[in-house]
Design a protein around this ligand. Structure first.
Ligand SMILES: [Fe+2]
Ligand SMILES: [Fe+2]
Length: 170
């Protein structure tokens, strides 16, 4: 098991157990990659970045938890259309869903991180967390497109198995 999995789970396992978060497995992010896979990959990458730099625990928690929910838009974007293009619309929908469901209580930085994660198609991030998420999102999406799910499949399975084993989901 990758050495960061345990710390990552300690940071986000309550969020990962949420049925609406699990429901992201049914939405396709890009070919063959679910929004759930992508969100776990991005937030794991963010967590690893923070942990390697020994960032303060509270800040690492806040950045990692917001990153897990950065694409919490809960619709099938190629078929479901909205008043704006998905690229502009989905960060606002993610924040709306987080606030409506109360999965986590967003602080100002976390809200801004999610709203601006599509920079340069959104406003510039205004915090370190925002820049880390924006960079990790692009890095992970690029690897998903180039390599497919093998870029993160082994670690994803380890994480998913831990949540399943706890017996509270699925
Ligand atoms: Fe996004
Ligand atoms: Fe994303």
């Amino acid at each position: 098991m990758d050495k960061y999995v345990r710390g990552y789970l300690d940071t986000v396992d309550d969020v990962l157990r949420n049925p609406l978060v699990i429901s992201m497995k049914q939405y396709n992010h890009h070919a063959g990659i679910s929004t759930h896979f992508h969100s776990v990959y991005v937030s794991y990458t963010v967590y690893k970045y923070c942990a390697r730099r020994n960032m303060e625990k509270q800040l690492t928690d806040d950045i990692t938890r917001a990153s897990l929910l950065h694409d919490f838009y809960l619709y099938d974007w190629p078929t479901e259309k909205h008043e704006e293009y998905h690229i502009f619309y989905h960060p606002k929908e993610a924040v709306k869903n987080i606030e409506k469901t109360g999965i986590i209580k967003l602080n100002y930085m976390q809200k801004n991180m999610i709203l601006n994660h599509m920079f340069p198609a959104a406003q510039m991030p205004r915090s370190l967390g925002g820049w880390i998420l924006t960079a990790a999102d692009k890095y992970c999406a690029t690897r998903e497109l180039v390599e497919g799910e093998k870029c993160f499949r082994a670690i994803y399975n380890d994480i998913d198995k831990e949540i399943d084993d706890a017996g509270t989901v699925l």
